[in-house]
Ligand binder design. Structure first.
Ligand SMILES: NC(=O)c1ccc[n+]([C@@H]2O[C@H](COP(=O)([O-])OP(=O)(O)OC[C@H]3O[C@@H](n4cnc5c(N)ncnc54)[C@H](O)[C@@H]3O)[C@@H](O)[C@H]2O)c1
Length: 340
């Protein structure tokens, strides 16, 4: 029943599959991890699973990136201990990328690893964060510095959850779908033009299938999987800099900034201009250049103190481990500033 490299189950089949998994695992205790927004999703989720009749505990964290912290993780481990959770206990993460990343991290490290299931409720978590087995928390103001590669036992994608998703969160998920379209070279123009609310199940399936194929080839990100970081070198730096500057943005908004930079560095002006029509570049103030660069030096893809980028030779042809110097990166950012 364990999803092989995490290809998810969709809609009604997903609920049947998850019910069967619950029966097979017969967990000693079941925990549903939510944030205070996604707690509302439980009224959709719980009644569809007969096996949850046996009872469960709800663990709730505050919404937002701040919950991906060592302090919150430690609180959750303490609560698991208090409830007597053992190796046969199960955590079901019902939420966006924050809940999935956090819940998967605490599950993969508690007692050296207990089973967990991802039930993504945001578009971003459906097309990206819930699939692929990466998890983690932030540390010292830097994104995802602590974490593991551990596949969930099951991923269930139910687009019905999207009915309550705020507009800016739709756009955030759209950003990761655009990243997949640039990498795969398929449906870039169609996806760029689509209104987030018009995204259909087949768009989600296609985006997930692209990611799942890459992960299947290179689970531990020794090579090809690095391409999934397109837009994330500047993106993660932008996201953490925005947060400490008191002006936090969504993960997807930061990825859009990163995609602008990656397209500019790739010399793909047409694609960058098309992206700017839909999601304009947010100008970078001069005093932000150095702190953004310093954050990029901490990026996990780097080696030997060099900043390594994913670029595109052309649409659908990514290259990775491209060394980018401070001078080249600054020139790209300044060019974007003056073009906007
Ligand atoms: N592990 C991975 O491979 C991977 C990949 C991409 C992103 N991520 C991580 O994912 C996180 C971003 O995920 P996200 O954008 O889902 O953020 P999120 O989990 O913070 O969700 C965004 C907001 O939407 C709310 N929400 C979620 N589902 C909802 C619903 N159905 N109805 C109403 N509100 C809902 C949440 O409560 C939150 O306020 C980042 O921490 C990022 O690093 C991880």
């Amino acid at each position: 029943m364990k999803t092989s490299h995490s290809y998810p189950y969709f809609g009604p089949d997903g609920y049947d599959g998850l019910d069967a998994l619950l029966q097979e695992l017969a967990p000693s205790k079941t925990f549903l991890l939510v944030d205070s927004n996604t707690a509302n999703c439980l009224s959709v989720f719980v009644p569809k699973l007969a096996q949850l009749d046996g009872g469960f505990e709800v663990l709730e964290v505050s919404p937002g990136e701040e919950s991906k912290s060592l302090e919150i993780a430690a609180n959750l481990w303490s609560v698991l201990l208090e409830y007597g959770a053992d190796r046969n206990s199960l955590i079901i993460n019902v939420g966006g990328g924050v809940v999935c990343d956090l819940g998967a991290f605490i599950a993969s490290s508690y007692k050296r690893g207990i089973p967990f299931v991802n039930v993504p409720t945001s578009l971003l978590a459906m097309v990206d964060a819930s699939v692929g087995g990466k998890n983690g928390i932030n540390f010292e103001g830097l994104k995802n510095q602590l974490g593991t590669f551990t596949q969930p036992n099951f991923v269930l994608i139910d687009p019905d959850f999207l009915a309550t998703l705020p507009q800016e969160e739709w756009e955030s998920g759209h950003a990761e779908m655009l990243k997949h379209a640039l990498l795969s070279g398929t449906r870039w123009a169609e996806l760029l033009g689509i209104e987030p609310a018009a995204i259909a199940l087949h768009h989600i399936e296609q985006s997930v299938a692209f990611k799942a194929d890459i992960v299947r080839e290179d689970f531990k990100e020794n090579g090809k999987r690095k391409i999934l970081n397109l837009g994330h070198t500047t993106g993660h730096a932008w996201e953490s800099y925005a947060a400490v500057s008191g002006n936090p943005c969504t993960h997807g908004a930061a990825v859009i900034q990163g995609l602008h930079v990656a397209l500019m560095l790739s010399g793909l002006q047409d694609e960058q201009s098309a992206l700017a029509q839909r999601y304009p570049w947010q100008g970078v103030a001069e005093e932000a250049l150095q702190p953004l660069w310093e954050r990029q030096l901490q990026d996990k893809k780097n080696t030997h103190g060099e900043v390594r980028y994913v670029l595109l030779e052309h649409l659908g042809r990514p290259v990775w481990d491209v060394e980018i110097t401070l001078e080249r990166w600054t020139a790209a950012v300044l060019a974007l500033n003056s073009a906007s």
